[in-house]
Design a binder for this molecule. Sequence first.
Ligand code: B12
Ligand code: SF4
Length: 472
Amino acid sequence: MKVALVYPRFQWFEYNGLSEPLGVMHLVSALREAGHEPVYMDYSFCTEITDLDHLVQGAGIVAVAISAAAKLERASFVTDHLRTVVPDALFVVGGAYPSIFADKSIEGTGADVAMLGEAEEAIVELADVVQKGEDYKSMRNLAYQLEDGSFKENPRRPVPHVLDDISFPARDVVDYDSYLATGMSEYGMVTTRGCPFKCIYCKPSTDLIYGGGIRYRSATNVVDEIRELAALRKTSCIRIFFKDDTITMHPVSWFETFRDELKKAEIDLEWHCNSRVDTVSRDKIRVMKESGCHVISFGVESGSQRILDFYKKETTPEQAVEAFTWCHEFKVEATANLMIGFPLETDDDLRATYELLKKLKPDDIIVYFSTAIPGRYIHDWAVENDYLASDTNPELLDPARNRAHEVMNMRLPHMSVEDVISWKHRIERYRSWRKVTSFSNIRRWTGELLSEPGKAMGKAGRVLRGFKGQGD
Ligand code: B12
Ligand code: SF4
């Protein structure tokens, strides 16, 4: 059966950077393996909405990806158009957002069904069932609207436990040259699925995508994927962003095997990742560095234990200091991600965050506003306590976007919005100061100035704007 897999990023600017849609690419592989005919439709580089119409002709299923509320509108735009091209196809929406809000995804796009959670097995089953002309409505992982207007969510299958058995994402379908030419600098990959922690600004929604807990791939399986990617791109020098929620849940021994297998494969890997300060050790950072890790972006969030406790972050500022010290020791760049503007925050809490930064001496700092995204405990809490300003405006729901535009979606009882923004600017000035005074930054920038002058000047401009309180 021909199945169109749609990444509806049509004429859209990403505040967080451009990257290939791994989830959709996994489904292409799963359908291929099962003998179906998947067609990958990526609208990222289309100038007209009709550009890919020829690909969808004859598809029995059109499956459209939606990862967040902020992306519902464009998914709806593309789905509306494809309906006019293949009106008889079964329209499915899937990905992070439909896994959390199946009802809103169906209502927002007019899709026939939503597919919930990880979908490698479910999409193959759906293609089998639709091909045979059987009724799909009792299928696990599906949700749909009943005639009375209510929504029915069928039970979900257990999430796959042996991640090594999942075939690699189909990278051959992706127009990597265009991605790399328009801002992508690293290939995406994941080595785990799910996260066992309980931060209130993230859970429970992520558990609705990946189930609770965390599952791991073996280091050899990950290196096999990197080897395949290197062969596809005809290079032995690869840069990867590991998009795992917490890749540092792997033990040190995993990173040792990873390092050794990469060496055997003769791949020169440079990678970066996100992490928590309580899941690293001095030894782990050392071995990560030996395997090519050059940047770790830590969720530091706050320097106030009181605020960390409200977030149920289960970390301490002292752990942050240790993690950053080890990174500096092994010359791994360490980024501090902060969230400011939580309703219970006071001036003292923000001062504690600022003071912590001086101890961490981060190589980079990203200041987000605390955002109550629907589907997360923080959103329920904000509604219950009447702190929510808006939960429908997409600009306010995307932390990267509201940070850039300096707008927030929660009310602040103890501080004015201007006070919080002024702390943001103060932190960003400190960031700029670190950038121009840190030896590693000067060395890197000088290297870039010689090799890529345009990019280096762009960075310099952003740092200078930071002094004026306008972070990039
Ligand atoms: C990479 C990423 C991005 C990239 C997206 C670009 C891209 N092409 O990948 C960028 C940086 C732009 C981004 C931005 C945002 N993101 Co984001 N992002 C991720 C991240 C880190 C990895 C996604 C990934 O590749 N996972 C690995 C693959 C294998 O898993 P998957 O994508 O979930 O795919 C599986 C299923 O979801 C499903 N599936 C996926 N697609 C489809 C499509 C169809 C048709 C079907 C049937 C099934 C299906 O099957 C797949 C295989 O099992 C996840 C966190 C995570 N660990 O997953 C967050 C995540 C998806 N993002 C999230 C959010 C909220 C956002 C933002 C709103 C805010 C933010 N956190 O910055 C913005 C939105 C920006 C905008 N303007 O729209 C949330 C989504 C949860 C939610 N909806 O509330 C997540 C889970 C992070 C989190 N814990 O908060 N993001
Ligand atoms: S550690 Fe990260 S992924 Fe895990 S619950 Fe907290 S914010 Fe979410």
